[in-house]
Design a protein. Structure first.
Length: 245
């Protein structure tokens, strides 16, 4: 069931880096990690953006990869934006209880991973060990402060995008969950490298980066018969593998 935030939400803070923007909004709403909101400005456009945090303000992080997102990144504290949602299927977070988590992200994909980690922080005793593996370019990104905290609380390491991912884990295969979040090409490549280390039903893929709308109208995010904006953006490997055959 979709619930809707009220219109006329006030921007609290915005932070820009070269390629990304972080916007904090004076709004609070429950969501499942991996879900997204449609963010719009009257007369200027709209875009789907996943939630990275809801600890104090609703926090949205997005790449400045289209004209409207560039416009959104130029908002100032006190500006008004419209939000609807949450939309989509998030991670089946309760299925992760009593399991070891391997969370791997590159670039903007770490936004979705951050929402999982925030949930784990809140309910730490419900999860076993957590291993976070991030692309090296994130060390000095908008996530730098978060990464420092994760280094203290979890097993954190980095990888280089031009090298094959080397994953060493010795947990019971029945107790392992893999989450991959990043560009769709990167997700597809990495899952093929390491899928044999996990059960298919315990591999979860984030295809948010393929979305351009929220209702399937543009058809840009189609994977087989599925639309990322309507049926995702989170899919199990087992489900998405059937669609690609």
């Amino acid at each position: 069931m979709i619930t809707f935030l009220n219109k006329q939400n006030t921007v609290k803070e915005i932070i820009n880096s070269e390629n990304l923007a972080l916007i904090k909004v004076n709004a609070s709403k429950k969501f499942i990690p991996g879900q997204f909101f449609e963010v719009s400005i009257k007369g200027k456009g709209s875009t789907p953006i996943s939630v990275s945090s809801n600890s104090k303000y609703l926090e949205l992080i997005f790449p400045k990869n289209c004209d409207f997102r560039k416009t959104l990144s130029q908002c100032k504290p006190g500006d008004i934006i419209d939000l609807t949602g949450p939309h989509g299927n998030g991670y089946p977070i309760t299925d992760f209880f009593d399991k070891n988590l391997v969370l791997i992200a590159e670039g903007y994909g770490v936004s979705s991973i951050k929402s999982i980690i925030e949930y784990v922080d809140f309910a730490r005793l419900k999860f076993k060990e957590v291993k976070i593996i991030l692309s090296g370019c994130l060390k000095n990104s908008l996530f730098a402060d978060d990464i420092k905290k994760w280094e203290t609380n979890y097993h954190l390491s980095f990888f280089e995008l031009d090298k094959e991912l080397d994953l060493n884990i010795d947990w019971d295969i029945n107790q392992r969950v893999l989450v991959l979040s990043g560009s769709s090409k990167w997700v597809d490549s990495v899952v093929e490298q390491i899928k044999d280390k996990f059960l298919e039903e315990n591999i979860w893929l984030n295809y948010e980066c393929k979305m351009q709308c929220t209702d399937g109208e543009c058809k840009e995010c189609a994977i087989g018969s599925k639309y990322v904006c309507r049926d995702g953006p989170i899919f199990s490997y087992k489900e998405i593998n059937k669609e690609k055959k």
